[in-house]
Ligand binder design. Sequence first.
Ligand SMILES: *Cc1c(COP(=O)(O)O)cnc(C)c1O
Length: 472
Amino acid sequence: MNYVSTRGQVEPLEFQQAVMMGLADDGGLLIPEHIPDVRDRLDAWGALDYPALAGAVLRLFTTDMPADDLDRLIEASYGETFEPDVAPVVRVGELFVLELWHGPTMSFKDVALQLLGNLFEYILARGGGRMNILGATSGDTGSAAICGARGRDGIDIFMMHPAGRVSPIQARQMTTVLDDNVHNIAVEGSFDDCQRIMKTLAGDLDFKRRYALGAVNSVNWARVLAQIVYYFKAAFDVQRATGAERVRVCVPTGNFGNILAAWYAVQMGAPISRLILATNENDILARFFNTGQYALGSVHETLAPAMDIQVASNFERYLYYKLDGDDRRLQARMAEFSRTGSLMVEPERPGGGPDPLFEAGAATRDDILAAIRRCHDQYGYLIDPHTACGYSVVTSLVPAGVGEAGGPDDTEPTVVVATAHPAKFPDAIREATGADIARHPQIDALADKPTRCVTLDNDIEAVRKFIIDTVG
Ligand SMILES: *Cc1c(COP(=O)(O)O)cnc(C)c1O
């Protein structure tokens, strides 16, 4: 399998090269040259456990890796790091919930970042090189990426977060990791400032090559790839539980990374009839799937901070397919978007959205609190504020599908993706339920641990100098 850039200016790459490149050198995103169709093997796949299914999916996209090596990396990533399982599905009333928070830092980001850490180490060991991961985080990516990279040979990780603007728990999940190769940077600025510094340094191709900069945010194809697996797994589990032929999947989203993996699973032939996209008040994606217009708003701070994003970096991958894989049209649209803050994809039907596969909605602050409270009162099941966006959107949708492609589907079971453990967001849980019930021993234990973190000015050159001085 080869990888190409959405902007068409990068020579085709093999998988391992694509993982190391992260953001495509032409400023686009790397995508597989074609999407495999697996409809002929769904029955066989349905019988596999998580590691075996991961092997079956990943093998199709990692043709430059020996199968034994891939299996070893999967075993190292998923064998013992998730308790009791990587992606269990539980029943909550009429709905199913796909719990993706059983990893070491308790968000879905662990599923991809455990694998990515192992992949980086494997590729470096064979090529004899070193790399420096540079990341920016508003919360969960940082701790999951640090956990995936800590103590690994050949890797240093530099993780920027906005000083004083991530939750105390999220900050401690990062800064209590004291391995020599982990460098936490608190930037005196906002998350957008951190992301701008990261993009500027990664876009300086001389610097990127000299310091072997790698990416752990969801522009890295390996992250999307790892996430495809659990959509197959969830669909199979719900099929087994209900006898339904197809299922609907609801994904709370910010950067369009997690739901893009679901989209790839659908294209490959996963038994999923519909994708329900849920945002918080930063609703650019929900508006897009309802109107066809992708138009920038201003960023709101919400109870679901990992989704406080306006420009969804992975949207470019989706848009590329929507424009029939025409990199020139894509470049023109992206240029239009940078110039005007808006772009349009024609709806397929008058008054409809641009893609009948999707439904979309947004949750307000009150919706989030009400969803947490309702789910807890009715079912004794606690959801975090990100998952609550999905829960709120799903439970408020009018029965879907009448007259849409694929026909009425409101009798099909729905899976809501749970993206984080509620104990990561105790304040929102307390506000919703009136009680301090979101606890986890692992989170409580953070309070007494020593921390390490440098604070730097909101300045690209300060971060560049810190990297140079640290790695020599
Ligand atoms: C990162 C994150 C999201 C958003 O995921 P995307 O891939 O950016 O759509 C949602 N919930 C939680 C808890 C997260 O950490």
